[in-house]
Write a protein that binds this ligand. Structure first.
Ligand code: NAP
Length: 350
């Protein structure tokens, strides 16, 4: 299958990750823009996508399963970057791809976006797993997901993606990003999630906050490096080299280093103080209950997994097989906070 003729559907193209993937595809040699479509729910976003040469397909949202299935059935590849925890739409997209395979007799592929919170431990309400570092080549990530005692939406969705793909003959690939930083390059949303969420919380509190001790360790990746990974993966998916796994063995990490949550809070404190958004560079420790009240609508489990846990992985497949690398290291992440806070300027004026 060639990049020129492959029909690619992006779900979540108006978002931070999906928009940046779209931009990267459009800038990559060999991908003709009429081959890309985007499933969108807001009609006012259609014109901007058409200007880029992308075909907008209107739907009511991810719960509109018939529309998801139908749109996918006209495409060879679906890149899903809308929701890591909406299992029903992920399943419907794969069902649509399998119809495409029946109609064309050609292979079809689903590239789904998850997140490293699937690895997250419970350092404050359970047993910390500070030293566990997952490899996407030597550890059985899917086995962990399928046997995990705790029901968590992103793991449930990953399992649904793999099992539906296996059942219907659709090759699946799951990308598992950690904390993503940097300005997105898509046509609409350009802000990430975790650091902006903690910055909003700091603004409410009047000082930067760290949840509990902040000793939990996560990985990070710049959005440009992540988007590059998706396009390298997309090329490999289309070429199908013998070393490319799919299904349960194709759950891939992308990272350029590690940070603690305390380092994140300190970075936010200094950047917001410098930009006169906080009166102090002090970082205040808050409990799970208070953090959850402000950030995750009271869900303490979710705030612990997504903003206080240990979730450590190595992008072994990206580096050793896909030829992915980055010159950005931990210093780049630790020095990026001023830019990230500056990009929230409009929001903080309100
Ligand atoms: N950012 C990170 O650091 C990070 C890291 C790892 C994993 N993830 C996961 O990756 C996914 C995408 O993240 P993101 O940062 O790109 O989020 P985002 O900027 O909010 O983008 C989400 C995209 O999905 C669409 N979408 C969301 N819910 C929808 C629904 N119910 N119906 C139709 N469209 C829907 C949005 O459409 P609209 O424009 O119409 O809202 C948008 O295009 C999330 O599940 C997130 O948890 C994010």
């Amino acid at each position: 299958m060639t990049a020129e003729t492959t029909k690619v559907l992006i779900v979540g193209a108006t978002g931070y990750i999906g928009g940046s993937i779209l931009a990267e595809i459009l800038h990559s040699p060999g991908f003709a823009s009429p081959c890309a479509s985007a499933l969108i729910r807001r009609p006012e976003q259609a014109a901007a996508l058409e200007t880029l040469g992308v075909k907008p397909i209107q739907f009511k949202g991810l719960d509109d399963l018939d529309a998801c299935r139908d749109a996918a059935s006209y495409h060879d590849v679906v890149i899903n970057a809308a929701s890591a925890s909406h299992d029903r739409s992920a399943k419907a997209l794969i069902e649509g791809l399998s119809l495409r395979r029946q109609n064309t007799g050609k292979d079809v592929f689903m590239i789904h976006t998850s997140g490293t919170s699937i690895l997250g431990d419970h350092p404050y309400t359970g047993t910390p797993q500070t030293h566990k570092i997952w490899s996407d080549m030597t550890n059985e990530v899917f086995q962990m997901e399928i046997t995990h005692p705790e029901r968590y939406g992103q793991r449930v969705t990953d399992v649904t993606v793999v099992e539906t793909g296996q059942k219907l003959g659709v090759k699946t690939f799951i990308v598992v990003p950690p904390t993503i930083y940097g300005e997105g390059s898509g046509p609409f949303a350009t802000l990430s999630q975790q650091i902006p969420n903690l910055a909003r919380f700091a603004r409410k509190l009047g000082s930067a906050a760290v949840i509990e001790s902040g000793q939990g360790i996560w990985n990070h990746v710049h959005i440009s490096d992540l988007s590059r990974f998706y396009v390298l993966l997309l090329r490999a998916v289309l070429e199908q080299p013998p070393w490319l796994p799919s299904g349960p063995k194709a759950i891939f990490f992308v990272e350029s280093g590690e940070h603690t949550w305390k380092q994140v809070s300190q970075g936010i404190a200094h950047a917001m103080h410098k930009q006169n958004l906080l009166a102090t560079t002090q970082v205040e420790s808050v409990g799970l209950h208070e953090a959850a009240t402000h950030i995750t609508a009271g869900n303490e489990n979710l705030v612990e997994i997504t903003l206080a846990s240990n979730a450590r992985a190595r992008a072994d497949f990206a580096r050793s097989k896909l030829g992915w690398s980055t010159s950005r290291g931990d210093e780049d992440f630790l020095n990026h906070f001023e830019a990230e806070i500056a990009s929230m300027e409009e929001e903080f004026k309100e």
